[in-house]
Design a protein around this ligand. Structure first.
Ligand code: AP5
Ligand code: MG
Ligand code: ZN
Length: 216
C-alpha cells in the first residue's frame, strides 16, 4: 500500500499513521519527524530547517523533496509506505508524481483526515511527544504514564517547540494557504478518500479503516 495522509496540523495524522504503519507493515515516513530528529542532533539539515519549524512556515520545496526522494529510495519503501506531512504544496505533489513514475509505482490512495480548526488549539497545546519513538500523547485525551514516560519505549515525553498557541495559528494559516489545494489536486486524480477525525483516537482509527477498506 502506498498512502498519503493529509490534514491540518494536529488532525491526528501522526497518531493514525503510527497505527496504520504497524497494521499494514509499511514504513511511516514523516517529514516533520525527520526534520525534528535532525534539529535534535544538530545536523547541517537540522540547522537549516530549525527556523522554519519554529515559526510555523514551510521548509523550502527543494530541500524537502530531496529528503523525501532519498527516503523513498531506501529498501524498506520498495513495497509500500505511508507519507505523513508530505506533500504539503503542489510542487511537492508534482515531484512525488515524478518520483513514483521513475520507481514504476503509483499511489493507492490519499487519505484526508478532516478535523475543524476550532478543535486544533486544544489538541496541540496539550500534546506531548516521545522524542525517541515519536509516539504522540495528550494530557487530557491520551495521557502518558504518571511519570511522563512513553508506554512504548519508556522515554520521558516532551512538548514540541512549535506547539505554542501563536505558532499553532501560523501553522493553520500555512496549511490553508499552501496545503489545502492538494485536496482538490488528489480529488481530480480520483485518489482522495476522506475520514472524519473523531473525539476519540480509537473511533478515528475505525473511521480511517472504514475509509480504507477497499484500498490495497
Ligand atoms: P509536522 O510534524 O508534519 O506537523 P503538522 O502537520 O503541524 O502536524 P502535527 O504533527 O502537529 O499533527 P498531527 O496531525 O500529526 O497530529 P498528532 O497525531 O500528533 O510538520 C512540522 C513542521 O515541519 C511544519 O510546520 C514545517 O515547518 C515542517 N515540514 C514538515 N513537512 C514539510 C513539508 N512537506 N514541506 C515543508 N515543510 C515541512 O495529534 C495531535 C494531538 O492530538 C496529540 O496530542 C494527540 O494525542 C491528540 N489526538 C490525536 N487524535 C485525537 C483524537 N481523535 N481525539 C483527541 N485527541 C487526539
Ligand atoms: Mg505529526
Ligand atoms: Zn517512545
Amino acid at each position: 500500500m502506498r498512502l498519503i495522509i493529509l490534514g491540518v496540523p494536529g488532525a491526528g495524522k501522526g497518531t493514525q499513521a503510527k497505527i496504520l504503519s504497524e497494521k499494514f507493515g509499511i514504513p511511516h515516513v514523516s517529514t516533520g519527524d525527520i526534520f525534528r530528529s535532525n534539529i535534535k542532533n544538530g545536523t547541517p539539515l537540522g540547522i537549516k530547517v530549525k527556523e522554519y519549524l519554529n515559526s510555523g512556515k514551510l521548509v523550502p520545496d527543494s530541500l524537502t523533496c530531496e529528503i523525501v526522494g532519498d527516503r523513498l529510495a531506501q529498501n524498506d519503501c520498495k513495497d509500500g509506505f505511508l507519507l505523513d506531512g508530505f506533500p504539503r504544496t503542489i510542487p511537492q505533489a508534482e515531484y512525488l508524481d515524478e518520483t513514483l513514475k521513475e520507481m514504476g509505482v503509483s499511489l493507492s490512495a490519499v487519505l484526508n483526515l478532516h478535523v475543524p480548526d476550532e478543535k486544533i488549539i486544544k489538541r496541540l497545546t496539550g500534546r506531548r511527544v516521545c522524542p525517541k519513538c515519536g509516539k504522540s500523547y495528550h494530557l487530557l485525551y491520551n495521557p502518558p504514564a504518571s511519570d511522563n514516560s512513553c508506554s512504548d519505549c519508556g522515554t520521558t515525553v516532551i512538548q514540541r517547540d512549535d506547539d505554542k498557541e501563536e505558532t499553532v495559528l501560523e501553522r493553520l494559516k500555512t496549511y490553508h494557504e499552501q496545503t489545502e489545494p492538494l485536496i482538490r489536486y488528489y480529488f481530480e486524480k480520483g485518489l482522495l478518500i476522506t475520514a472524519i477525525g473523531q473525539e476519540e483516537i480509537e473511533d478515528t482509527t475505525q473511521a480511517v479503516l472504514e475509509a480504507l477498506k477497499n484500498v490495497d
